[in-house]
Design a protein around this ligand. Structure first.
Ligand code: HEC
Length: 117
């Protein structure tokens, strides 16, 4: 199908508005205070810091690794709820810490916060 110029402009503006609405919703949805409180309560900060590596990668590095990947939220939900084996900075393997909540919205908020670092 060949689009006329007005049709093209219309399509472009609809896509542009959708992209804006999406990015706005994604950042507005994160509650940083709640995310950090949950990270503290779950002992996450024993191994992870926001911007330096400890026993595990910084949240900045993790965010960079997952940046732009459509399945980031699903994969990180698994990482935080299914205790996969992970390698510590010293080379030993352990089951990953399971997050101290079963509330899907709280988990999603913490993942959103990590991905925003
Ligand atoms: C005992 C140390 C330890 C604790 C406590 C810990 N983690 Fe991890 N975490 C690791 C290691 C090790 C890895 C994998 C290697 C790396 O990324 O450095 C990892 C990986 C991750 C990843 C990336 C997974 C991936 O597939 O890229 C996320 C996100 C994460 N942790 C979040 C958390 C959160 C949230 C908590 C608190 C519930 C937490 N971690 C507690 C050690 C820990």
């Amino acid at each position: 199908m060949k689009l006329s110029t007005p049709q093209k402009l219309f399509t472009m503006s609809v896509l542009g508005a959708a992209a804006l609405a999406f990015s706005g919703a994604a950042s507005a949805a994160v509650n940083a205070d709640a995310a950090q409180a949950l990270a503290k309560k779950s002992d996450c900060l024993k191994c992870h810091a926001i911007d330096k590596d400890k026993k595990a990668s910084s949240y900045k590095k993790i965010a960079a690794k997952w940046h732009g990947k459509a399945d980031a939220e699903a994969k990180l939900t698994d990482a935080l709820t299914k205790a996969p084996k992970v390698k510590m900075a010293d080379g030993t393997e352990e089951e990953h810490k399971v997050i101290a909540t079963k509330d899907a919205a709280e988990i999603k908020n913490l993942i959103g916060w990590i991905l925003a670092q």
